[in-house]
Write a protein that binds this ligand. Sequence first.
Ligand SMILES: NC(=O)c1ccc[n+]([C@@H]2O[C@H](COP(=O)([O-])OP(=O)(O)OC[C@H]3O[C@@H](n4cnc5c(N)ncnc54)[C@H](OP(=O)(O)O)[C@@H]3O)[C@@H](O)[C@H]2O)c1
Length: 235
Amino acid sequence: MSWAGRAAIVTGAGRGIGRAIAQALGRERMQVGLLGRRVSELEAVAPEIQAAGGRPIVLQADVRDYASLERAFQDFWATTGRLDVLVNNAGIGIFRPVEEMTPEEFDDVVRTNLYGVFYCCKLAIPRMRRTGGGYIIQVGSLAGRNPIAGGAAYCASKFAVRGFSESLMLEVRYDDIKVTTIAPGSVDTHFGGHGENAAWKLRPEDIAQVVVDLLHTAPHALASYVELRPLKPQK
Ligand SMILES: NC(=O)c1ccc[n+]([C@@H]2O[C@H](COP(=O)([O-])OP(=O)(O)OC[C@H]3O[C@@H](n4cnc5c(N)ncnc54)[C@H](OP(=O)(O)O)[C@@H]3O)[C@@H](O)[C@H]2O)c1
């Protein structure tokens, strides 16, 4: 099945995994909404999408802020008239023992990683229904199944995303909306300390390839949860 001309929104598309996913969707010749807080980063990615054969649409929004997302989704719809794919990728990690973590930091992690996913799904689903279905892909984490000392807030948010997404999958599957959670291990991005002993890590392009593979699964088949690990993590 060809995705050419169809429309996707990728959150956190300015760098790291989101940027690689946006580039890959550009190579699928899709219209790609590049959503994030920093327009300068998004505008730097836009020519890459164009060069790959896609159509970039820069969308400034903060996934913690529902009103800004509403505006971004409306602008996107006004340009494309459709929304076929949503990739909820934007996320942050603050790793600190619970007794040292401030309420503001905890709030920031949960609002970005969990509320942001809910907000974008809420805005995407009715739009997907209008054109007969779609695909929602969440970038979760292995930390959504495996606890990490010092990672209580991050793990809580990613465990929650898994529960949210698997419930949503059951809710919308009969409406031809697929939902998949990708749970990567360590990826070589700014998130995990870019460039330090990075050879063993996954590359952003590895996650992007999974996204493309998922889009090309048979229409009647659904991979609901995919873990992608570095083959040889540091011992
Ligand atoms: N790297 C890893 O080892 C790893 C492993 C497993 C899962 N993940 C997950 O992968 C996803 C992407 O991470 P990454 O490694 O690519 O990190 P990254 O390089 O730090 O990129 C994160 C992206 O999210 C955006 N973002 C953050 N807060 C946002 C907000 N409030 N509103 C809109 N955009 C926001 C950032 O843009 P702005 O700050 O400019 O807005 C940036 O584009 C995250 O969900 C992360 O949890 C990462």
